[in-house]
Design a binder for this molecule. Structure first.
Ligand code: SAM
Length: 327
């Protein structure tokens, strides 16, 4: 595990993205319910517990179910969240399994759900995990190290057509076909530096050193990471199950970091917050009325100051909804 900056009492220093706004958006759902029971908050992407710490501190009535697929993240989060004692339960799982996680804990409905997608600073900092494509790293990229599919397997065994498909659809890489053919020709590819060289040499000369578009392997690395971790499938499964489990008044906030994720979130939220009555009815009957309302206008972005202080925030987009009617 990499050495992480810590405070004098041993807590990992980490700046959660758009944290104040997320606390503001989710807290109204986490205040004490009338019957004095706990309000359940699910953080589906616990990471190092940065958002969870602030949410639990701001809402003494809240109980946290913290989910992450990464056991290293859960280990750190457990230390960070220790002061909250039995208000915290942690589960290692992909968030696509949210319904099963909640059923196993005997929880039917929840007050708030947070998903802060993508990688944690811990994963990026740990060179052995293979997420840092700009250095020499193994081709791994698994968030859950119990899974067998790794970037090495994709790079060294998938066909050129399959590689081109993921480089295009998950990386939005213009030169996907050339890069895929060069990847197959260069096998075996053993580390990120070798892969970056293959990518660089497949590009037109003017783009090889990334002056205009950032690191030349950035889009291929994004595509591999999304494919290894089934990230879009995970998100597509999470959204309906999180919405289905929200109690009336419950809130869901999603922070995404690239347009593929944000598009899925925007589509799901638009659909759920729109009445779906057949055209021409003078009044929308109850069962056609939207069950959710938008809490954010479009996607909210961090301020220039937050992005300057926390580069991870730069591409963040935040959307949130609230359940207003029973299912
Ligand atoms: C951006 S970090 C979260 C940081 C966290 N909000 C904090 O403040 O510390 C994203 C975390 O989500 C986890 N993650 C990503 N996709 C996941 C999935 N499908 N299921 C469960 N955890 C996931 C990653 O392992 C990572 O630890």
């Amino acid at each position: 595990m990499p050495t992480l900056a810590t405070t004098s009492d041993g807590r990992v220093l980490h700046t959660p993205v758009l944290c104040e706004r997320i606390v503001e958006l989710l807290s109204p759902a986490l205040t004490a319910p009338a019957d004095d029971t706990a309000a359940v908050l699910v953080d589906c992407t616990l990471g190092m517990g940065g958002h969870a710490t602030e949410l639990l501190s701001a809402n003494p009535q809240a109980q946290l179910i913290g989910i992450d697929r990464d056991s290293a993240a859960l280990e750190i989060a457990a230390q960070q969240l220790a002061p909250f004692g039995d208000r915290v339960r942690l589960v290692q799982a992909g968030f696509a399994e949210l319904a099963t996680v909640l059923s196993d804990l005997g929880i039917r409905q929840v007050a708030a759900v947070l998903a802060d997608l993508g990688l944690s600073s811990l994963q990026i900092a740990d060179q052995t995990r293979g997420f840092a494509y700009a250095s020499i790293a193994p081709l791994d990229m698994r968030m859950d190290t119990r899974q067998t599919l790794s970037a090495a397997e994709i790079v060294n065994t998938w066909s050129a057509a399959e590689l081109a498909r993921i480089f295009t659809s998950f990386g939005e890489e213009r030169f996907a076909t050339r890069i895929a053919a060069a990847t197959v020709a260069a096998r075996p590819i053993t580390d990120s530096a070798q892969l970056a060289m293959v990518v660089r040499e497949s590009l037109p000369a003017a783009l090889r050193y990334g002056e205009q578009t950032g690191h030349p392997a950035k889009r291929v690395a994004q595509a591999l990471r999304i494919a290894v971790n089934g990230e879009l499938e995970q998100l597509s499964a999470l959204l309906p199950s999180a919405l289905a489990r929200l109690q009336v008044g419950g809130r869901l906030a999603v922070l995404s970091y690239h347009s593929l994720e944000d598009r899925l979130v925007k589509r799901a939220f638009t659909q759920e917050t729109t009445d779906n009555a057949p055209a021409g009815l003078p009044v929308v009957p109850q069962h056609y009325q939207a069950k959710f309302r938008l809490l954010t206008k479009g996607a909210e972005r961090p301020t220039a100051t937050e992005s300057a202080n926390n580069p991870r925030a730069k591409s963040a987009r935040l959307r949130a909804v609230q359940r207003i009617k029973e299912a």
